[in-house]
Each structure stands twice: as C-alpha cells, then as structure tokens.
Write a protein that binds this ligand. Structure first.
Ligand code: ADP
Ligand code: MG
Length: 574
C-alpha cells in the first residue's frame, strides 16, 4: 500500500483512542472540566455502563456561545497559553483534547450558558461533525450528554468490558473526584438509581463515609496535615486492625488529581511496617499537595501517572505522615472505644456524679438494706448478662456501666425492681419479704368496701410480709411490712394493695401481681443518689436474673450501646 496521509476523521479517532479508552474516561474528562469551571455541584448520570448514555451536568462557569465550536476543536483550551504554563498547572485539564476526542467517537449534545449571558447555546455533534447549533434557554452551567459511545470505532466497542465493570469504573471515578473536592456536591445516578452522593460539606470524612461505607471508615484515623520539604500530606488511613489482601484501597491524589503511583502506595505500606503482615494492606486516602513545578502531570495520556522532580522527598513525606497517624492512634488519649473501653469510663467519670451537691432535686441518699436482696447461692446461678462494671450514675437515675460489649445505661428503679422480684421468688434465702415490724403499729382507716376487700386477703398479704390485724370497725393495725418496703409510706402500700386486690379477678395470679407491684414500689427511686457499692450490688444481681432486661411490670431495665454503635455515632457526626 502506498503511503497516504490519513483523513481528518481517522486522525481524530486515533487521537481520541489515546484519551478516551472507555466510558469512565469520558466521565473523568467531563468531571475535570466541570471542576475546572468552578462547579459546586456535579451530577453524573449513565445508562448501559456509559455506552448508551452518559450525562454530566454542572453549575460552573459555562462556555461562551461564541466559543462553543472552539471548545470542541482539538488543541483548543482556555487553560494554557505557553509551554511555560505547563510548569504551573492549577487546572485538571490543559491539552484541549477531551471534548474534541469525545465528540469524535460519539454523539454529543451540549447545552451551556455563561452566567453573564442571557441565552445559552445548544450544539449537537455526531462523530465530531456539528449537525445542529442554536440558542437555547438554559441554566448557568454546562450539560454534556454523550450517547452511542464508540459507535464509529467498532474495535474499541468490542474491547469494552461487561456493563457492570464499566459502571463500577464510572462510579470509582466520580467517588475519587468527590474525595479530592469535598466541597463539591456530587450525585451519581446509574440506570436511574442514585449510587453515590457526596454532600459537598468540605469535609473529606463526609465523602469517605459514603464512599467506603461506615464499616471501613470506622477503622480510619485522620492523617493530620503534615508539611515536609514543601510537600503537604493529609488524608485518612486505617488502623492496623483493618487490612485486606489488595492494595486497591490505597488512593493517592496529587494537587486534587487522582493518580496511580506504585512508589506512593509502597510508601504507605512501608508506614505499616511491623503493624501489618506481608501481603496485607490498609485502606487509605492520601492527599499530597506540592508546588506545581515539582510534579509533571503531562507524562500520561489520561494524566493517571505523574513524574515527581524529587520522588524520594514525596516518598519520605508520605511515609512519615502515615506513620505518625498510626502511631498517634496507638498512643492517643482518645483511642477508639473498641480498643480501650477503660478510656470511655475515665471520661465519663468526670461527668458522672455521686456527690451530695448534685443538682437533682431532691437528692436523697438511699439507706434501705439493698444488700439484703442478695442470695446466698448467687454465684451458682447462670449469668444472663455479661460482667458489668459500674462507672457512675447519671441524673441520680441511671447507672452507667461498662461491659465487654460496650456501654450500658441502667434504669436504677426498673433494674432494682427486677432484682427484688427475683429475690422474692426464694424467700427462704432472701430477706426482701421478711417482715419488718412497725413499732408502734400504724392504724389504717378504710371505708366499708375497702376494709372488706383487704380483710378477705389478709393471709395472702401476710405471706408477702404485709402483716395487718383487725383493730376496730373499718380499721386495721399494720404490724409489719416486707423488708424491701420498710421505708415506704404505709398508707401508700395499703392503697396499692387495695387497688390490686380489687382489680384482679384471677385468684391464681393475685399474689404474683401484688408482689410485682410491691417490688416496683419498693425499688430504689429515681432521683436517689446511690453510692457505688449499691449500684454494683444491683448490677451484680441483675446479671443473674433469668429475665434481666425488663422490670416485673415490663419496663426496660437497660439500654445497651455497643462499641460499634458508639464509634459509628461519633463518626457520623464528624
Ligand atoms: P481542556 O480541559 O484541556 O482545556 P477540553 O477539551 O476538556 O480541554 O475543554 C476545552 C475547553 O472547553 C476548556 O478549556 C474550557 O474552556 C471549555 N469547557 C469544557 N468543559 C467545560 C465546562 N463544563 N464548563 C465550562 N467550560 C468548559
Ligand atoms: Mg478538559
């Protein structure tokens, strides 16, 4: 075949092949353009893995109507004047190739308006040829719709991976730019479904939580901004507890550009020396900032690789920053709760009070014989709760305890009621029902009907420690109360008993119902400041109650917050 000069369209397609390898390359170039245009919100929509449709909308500066054709001309850019500028690049694009390349291998529709123009412009291109161009009303910003990608390059189309792979690549690209630009809102919709959203809060953590998921982010520590020889490194990296077999979760960014660089990845893994086994890798997001003339981004067609003027300095800076982050976490005074439950307790103790000057009104010291609820065979009974350690008391109402599985907030009243009821099941061992004599006895005057109701149940009441004698017409003498009620108001006890006996139809359950009510009444009240021993006493007994989670009348006794939940709550609010 004689030598021939290639036609313009073949040249364009070859050139396009360099930059536009796959649908994700289109997404990458268009996202970069949107970012260069100063967008604060970017929406990426695709169908069919980007082959049938890819639309990027931004609210950036827009393209002037007069320049729209130029924008799609190869080597036309607003970002570079002379080669000198290549040394000071602040923008993501600079070659003026992307739009021309994308247009050469697809159907493109662009709608754009610059903020200060009254009308926008619409242009439609097929295979790089302009088929339509007209003024159009449009919001400020740019919408670029790419359809039928590679329609005229069947070879390229054939080599595309499965739709799901292309989808993943597009999602990854968007996610990475969201990390690099946490101040920009990103939304990704794939086949009509939202698959990613970055809120644009400016906080890298907010992006990482959705990008990696909480389970990974939970294990991350911040790499604090560390400047070393003009090189600033920051980001997030996982603690040595987290590791995986691939290094694909080590992401590197240079001046807001995601790049692949094996030496930086190596620097990160080196920082874990002695912390991670060979072949195990962390997840990390490493942001590197350095003067633009220290890095050449113009060495790779898709700008995915860069060349550093001083690679060793970058390596050292990254390794140092990551190492510091890991070490700081390991010795920190505020490590993650799952690692050091005692730290949580120490922090809580400062806030928790059992001082007499508590602000709860009216604080009462509890003197009733709490310990007497204990049972001789206590340690023989099976555990129903893990061993809990009392940390303190909140609001003179809730016992704060700590266990292997996290934090427990225990309602002292409900828990104590459960403990009393449990002990009452075995009166031969426990003293909760043992009669506590009233000296002198207290007289109780009732109306006819009430007197009769109580009189019918004197035996039953005595069996649970309430000892009443007929003292006169409609009058009882109260001679003893069960131990657990020794400091309660006798009138209130009789009123409660009366209510139970007159409302309970079922004779068989009457005693049990009465007992439940009296245990609830006898339990330490909320608003009572408890000494640590008493709190520990309640907890120790609760740990072996057959049903420790509810009071006799079914009120919850405790709230459990796992270490996971706690750290999740904190990271969510970060
Ligand atoms: P480059 O980004 O290298 O300059 P492109 O082909 O990607 O080249 O874009 C060409 C030009 O079109 C850009 O320099 C810019 O002026 C303009 N442009 C492209 N996309 C946008 C956009 N989303 N918003 C505003 N201007 C844009
Ligand atoms: Mg560009």
């Amino acid at each position: 075949m004689p030598i021939q000069i290639l036609t313009e369209s073949v040249i364009a397609q070859i050139a396009a092949g360099e930059v536009i390898e796959r649908p994700a390359s289109v997404a990458k170039e268009l996202i970069e353009n949107a970012l260069d245009a100063g967008a604060s919100s970017i929406t990426i929509q695709e169908e069919g893995g980007g082959k049938s449709m890819l639309r990027i909308s931004d609210n950036g500066g827009g393209i002037a109507s007069a320049e729209i054709e130029l924008a799609f001309t190869r080597h036309a850019t607003s970002k570079l004047n002379a080669t000198d500028d290549l040394l000071h690049l602040r923008t993501l694009g600079f070659r003026g190739e992307a739009l021309a390349s994308i247009a050469a291998v697809s159907h493109v529709s662009v709608t754009t308006r610059q903020r200060d123009e009254t009308t926008g412009i619409f242009m439609h291109l097929v295979g790089g040829s302009i088929l339509q161009k007209r003024a159009i009303g449009a919001p400020a910003g740019t919408i670029i719709l790419v359809e039928n990608l590679f329609f005229n390059t069947p070879a390229r189309l054939k080599f595309l991976k499965a739709e799901s792979t292309e989808k993943r690549h597009i999602l990854n690209i968007a996610t990475r730019y969201a990390m690099a630009y946490p101040g920009v809102r990103f939304v990704v919709e794939q086949d009509g479904r939202e698959t990613f959203r970055a809120p644009g809060t400016g906080q890298l953590a907010d992006v990482l939580i959705t990008a990696f998921g909480l389970d990974v982010f939970r294990n991350m520590v911040e790499i604090e901004r560390d400047r070393y020889n003009e090189i600033t490194v920051f980001g997030y990296t996982t603690t040595p507890d987290y590791h995986r077999a691939e290094r694909s979760r080590i992401l590197t960014f240079i001046n807001g550009r995601w790049i692949q660089d094996t030496s930086i990845t190596y620097a990160v893994t080196q920082a874990y020396h002695t912390f991670l086994d060979k072949g195990r890798y962390p997840a990390a997001v490493i942001m590197i900032e350095l003067p633009p003339d220290e890095v050449d981004v113009n060495v790779h067609p898709t700008k995915a690789e860069v060349r550093f003027r001083d690679p060793n300095a970058v390596f050292a800076a990254v390794q140092r920053a990551v190492r510091r982050a890991i070490l700081a976490q390991r010795t920190s005074s505020s490590p993650r709760i799952s690692d050091a439950p005692t730290t949580l307790s120490l922090q809580l103790e400062q806030d928790v009070t059992w001082r007499e000057d508590a602000t709860i009104a009216p604080p009462r010291r509890y003197h009733a014989p709490l310990a007497e609820a204990s049972r001789a065979d206590e340690t023989q009974r099976p555990r129903t709760l893990p061993v809990l350690r009392v940390v303190g008391q909140v609001g003179a109402t809730y016992i704060v305890a700590e266990g292997p599985a996290g934090l427990y907030l225990i309602d002292q009243n409900a828990a104590h009621a459960r403990v009393l009821y449990d002990a009452a099941q075995n009166p031969s061992i426990s003293k909760v029902l043992a009669p506590y004599p009233l000296d002198p006895p207290q007289t109780i005057d009732l109306d006819n009907e009430a007197f009769r109701q109580i009189e019918l149940n004197l035996g039953l009441l005595e069996a649970i420690g309430v000892k009443l004698e007929v003292f006169g017409p409609n009058t009882f003498a109260l001679r003893a109360l069960p131990g657990m009620l020794s400091d309660r108001d006798p009138e209130q006890i009789i009123a409660l008993a009366l209510e139970v006996v007159s409302s309970t139809r079922d004779e068989a359950t009457l005693k049990d119902t009465l007992l439940k009510q009296l245990c609830e009444l006898g339990a330490v009240r909320n608003g009572t400041i408890l000494p640590p021993e008493d709190m520990q006493q309640i907890i120790r007994q609760l740990e072996r109650c057959p049903t420790p989670l509810v009071s006799p009348l079914g009120r919850p006794t405790l709230l459990h917050m796992s270490s996971d939940q706690i750290s999740r709550e904190f990271t969510r609010r970060r």
